[in-house]
Design a protein around this ligand. Sequence first.
Ligand code: ATP
Length: 429
Amino acid sequence: MEMPEEIFDKVVKIAQSRGFVFNASSIYGGLRSSYDYGPLGVLLKNNIEKMWWKSISNLEVEIYPIDTAIIQSSDVWKASGHVGEFTDPMVDHKPTGERFRADQVPDHIKKEDLTEPRQFNLMFQTNIGPVENENSTVYLRPETAQGIFVNFENVLRTMRAKIPFGIGNIGKSFRNEITPGQFIFRTREFEQMEIEFFCDESEEDKWFDYWIENRLNWYKNLGIPENKLRIREHDESELAHYAKKTSDIEFEYPWGWGELEGIANRGNYDLNAHQESSGKDLRYFDPNIDNKFTPSVIEPAGGLTRTLFAVLLSLYEEEELEKEVRTLFKFKFDLAPIQIGILPLSKKEELIEVCNSIKSELGPYFRTEIDVTQSIGKRYRRQDEIGTPYCITVDFDTLEDKAVTVRDRDSMSQERIKIEDIKSYFDNM
Ligand code: ATP
């Protein structure tokens, strides 16, 4: 049994060498804790994103999609409490000048070598327009949630929404984290997937439980094993200033349990704060009682890039074969960056032509790749390593029998399939 740290190193290495994630600005030596997503990383991230939208587009309740600006009026962040409260306690290590979040100081550092904690605001600040002054200060959003609250009335009105309903938002958020690290687990620029779900106060607990179950099932459905996931309820001292109740969905990372998603009962804190601050009526008119009220909010707030890392870590496997160790990502068919590898047995033109025609037939429906470099064995290994569920091999017999060999990643079993049946073969996956 391998040490978890070894798995971490191996997964990070494959992620970088196979084109999932690159260090940002690498030709200039990199920028600490900034990452670029390469071709396979983008495909994987898009698939997770698609599976998120799909899972919330077919529920008994309506979840409306929205895509809000990264830069909003500073008034949004004043009203939400982020300008005043979105801080982490920071301490300096006197001998080296290194800075840490007070709750993330490495064990080997002595307490007496640390300064008293100071509050540090995590929002990135910049200026809008050519003049730099107090009125031009804006912030890069530290969460996608507020973009939803400030559009509550817009969605309500334009979609004629009826409570209970939700609004979902995916996109980049920015936090000037004091101690980023553990690869893409904690970065200063990351992607979130958040839902604000608006309901009647009397139904808060029901929907809170509903969303915990719904979101936990979603992570399981990505293929993350059940024993790597747990729910952890926050105690009073941990609760954010807006939250009545919060539970985290945690994943067992190689270094221990860490948050994947927080599910919070925000009550009517945010809508009230924006109502007070903007002077706009953000209440909901309920025709049943012929009256207006400010709904309660349940917020499932997940991290897209953190989920991608959890997926890589939990679906990584090594298998001892007779002569070698085979490494693979056991992505499900829907999740795999490349679903079907198309491999000509040799570089002979006749075989490549058949590969091209199979690719044009399957390409509109599946994510495919033709791979011609190196021996067939090495190509199978590479496809295993990037988690491709199936490989089609075109050999010399194909020219006679108009059939190809389909190899299954997990069992490595091979099956001969007629080219004319190949699309329907994969349609049934
Ligand atoms: P943490 O306690 O790890 O700092 P948080 O409780 O502040 O996280 P939330 O504000 O609840 O995080 O954000 C919702 C989700 O956004 C988190 O569950 C996580 O998946 C993701 N997230 C938050 N901060 C980061 C970050 N710096 N890098 C990557 N993902 C993040």
